[in-house]
Design a protein. Structure first.
Length: 582
């Protein structure tokens, strides 16, 4: 398929200035710009004999479980047979390096999380598949509730088209059924959930068929009017003839291409959207987004936006409460990493990692990542090295990073999907355990055999697919199958999960802030559209409670400004809450 974005262009003067400014420091870090020479040597290695137009190597076989493993590869047992279609023999350009993901959401309202995975296919001037090579579909898997899934793609009508990157889920029309937005290189797709197990393509009538080089999207209520708006993150304008000036013959890094503006679409409440990027103060050129994260950074009741950029500084857009934004990333300390560089950022995970009630940010990068701890004054300190994460992650190339409480002990741990940007050889994923003070250690040996298995990981999502209160992991990989890892940790700690429904607020209740008080301790969390690198996680809010057996009080602040207080709440349950009328 031919893509209208694959046209000739010259790098702008602004981009040249950025490229000159962010040169590699004496401290070693890896980015797609600085590593091209190594890529040149590696990509010449012949690929193994397989059908290169589907995948140049066979999928990773099922990973055998050892009795003590905390995580079990149940992909085959769960009947998830998705394999990412690569359509090339090697990672030969920057678009082939990014991968594809999907979304976790409950499309049929049966209380179990379903899985949607997006696919690539042939793309003119990007892949090398012969003419008329068929595109493999995106796939929707319905959770049967018995540990298995069924493929309902054809029935649901969500096979998609184009070269897909990511997906986001949200109920944009407030009818009680979660809709689906597919992010493509080419025209994006908005599928409206009809509520009968099928979806309608409403892209044309809705006005959100952005035709950029899409990489990420998130639903949020930017103006707090009770209807979900849509933010689309775009990457760069790919030029097939562009070559690396530093390393001729290798594929060039992101700064060789012109960045593409992101888009904010306001929900008109009638099934259509309008592009308000300029009016909201969000229009910028020269950035190359890899993902977008929406959360209430300053806990003031409106949703802010964090953009992870590739080889350009990251952005933190603060919402003024009326849907207008200004960037404070440099002043707040979240634009660069701890050595003052802006290597390729992939995604931002948000959560309170040190138990002080403030929301922190972890950023995965192709260079040194960042753990930004928020201070009471509203600034951030990059504690990547003091936390132990610098040493634990420095030899890997990180893509999807997610916070999760592995053992429900009340502390947010980390799972990171790693993989090469230049070869199809894999890297191990990381499972990192938090001691509660934002100090991390390697829990891979506890995690088990999967965390010893090299894959070319990209998207990474957290979900509780069997509703047993233990968080599971879903990872996508380039030119490989998907990986569903069931949490079988022996811990007997307690937990609480929130399934929220807005009435005056948006139906998904994205933006609801939650406080849990028990035994003198307080947990803070927020209901968000949980986007990551290429993936959206389980939207239900999950809180590990350790040995706490009784909740004294739960306080919710809904986006409508209505507050709700619950007392004497039992643990170990999925708490389904509807927003009070007043």
């Amino acid at each position: 398929m031919r893509n209208p974005l694959l046209n000739s262009a010259v790098t702008s003067g602004e981009d040249n200035q950025i490229q000159a400014r962010w040169k590699t420091s004496p401290v070693a870090w890896i980015s797609r710009s600085s590593f091209s020479a190594i890529a040149l040597m590696i990509i010449a290695i012949p690929c193994c004999a397989a059908d290169a137009w589907s995948n140049p190597r066979p999928p990773t076989p099922p990973i055998q479980l050892n009795p003590a493993d905390w995580f079990e590869d149940v992909t085959q047992k769960a009947r998830l047979d998705f394999v990412h279609q690569f359509c090339h023999k090697q990672i030969a350009n920057i678009l082939l390096s990014n991968g594809a993901g999907g979304a976790v959401f409950d499309y049929d309202n049966d209380g179990y999380m379903d899985i949607y995975l997006v696919n690539w296919g042939p793309l003119d001037s990007v892949t090398s598949a012969p003419p008329n090579t068929p595109r493999q579909p995106n796939r929707l898997y319905r959770n049967r509730g018995d540990g298995t899934f069924e493929d309902v793609t054809d029935k649901a009508g969500v096979a998609g088209h184009s070269y897909a990157s990511a997906a986001a889920a949200g109920d944009f029309d407030n009818d009680g059924y979660t809709d689906l937005y597919v992010v493509n290189i080419g025209q994006n797709i908005l599928y409206r959930n009809r509520g009968d197990g099928t979806f309608e393509d409403v892209t044309a009538k809705s006005g959100v068929g952005d035709t950029g080089t899409g990489i990420s999207a998130v639903f949020l209520d930017a103006d707090n009017d009770g209807w979900l708006d849509l933010f689309v993150a775009n990457y760069l304008t790919y030029v097939p003839s562009q070559e690396s000036e530093q390393n001729p013959g290798a594929y060039p890094g992101p700064l060789a291409y012109k960045g593409e503006p992101n888009r904010l679409y306001r929900n008109r409440r009638d099934g259509t959207f309008e592009d308000i990027t300029q009016a909201a103060g969000l229009h910028r050129t020269g950035d190359r987004a890899m993902s977008v994260t929406a959360f209430d950074c300053d806990w003031d009741g409106d949703t802010d936006i964090y953009i992870s950029n590739d080889d350009t500084p990251n952005l933190l857009w603060i919402n003024d409460g009326n849907g207008k934004f200004h960037d404070i990333a440099i002043d707040a300390g979240v634009a660069f990493n701890s050595i003052g560089e802006a290597p390729g950022s992939m995604n931002a995970a948000v959560g309170d990692v040190n138990g002080d009630g403030l929301l922190d940010i972890y950023v995965t990068r192709l260079g040194y990542g960042s753990l930004y701890l928020r201070t009471p004054k509203g600034l951030y300190e990059d504690r990547m090295w003091a936390s132990g994460l610098g040493l634990l992650t420095q030899k890997y190339t990180a893509w999807g990073g997610v916070f999760m409480d592995i053992e429900n002990d009340g502390d947010l741990d980390l799972c990171i999907a790693n993989g090469s940007a230049f070869t199809l050889d894999g890297m191990v994923s990381l499972l990192l355990e938090n001691d509660g003070t934002a100090r991390f250690t390697d829990a891979g040996p506890k995690g088990g055999a999967f965390f010893k298995t090299p894959i070319n990981g990209r998207g990474n999502a957290v979900l509780d697919f069997d509703n047993n209160g233990k968080l599971d992991i879903l990872i996508t990989a380039i030119s490989d199958r998907v990986f569903l890892l069931r949490n079988r940790s022996p811990a007997t700690n307690h937990w609480l999960k929130f399934k929220l429904e807005g009435t005056r607020s948006n139906r998904n209740a994205y933006g609801t802030r939650i406080e849990i008080h028990a035994g003198g301790k307080t947990w803070r969390a927020e209901a968000t559209c949980p986007s990551g690198f290429l993936m959206q996680s389980d939207p239900r809010v999950h809180v590990g409670l350790g040995q706490t057996t009784k909740i004294d009080m739960v306080v919710l602040w809904w986006p409508s400004r209505v507050s709700q207080t619950l007392t004497n709440v039992n643990v170990d349950q999925i708490l389904v809450l509807r927003e009070p009328s007043q």
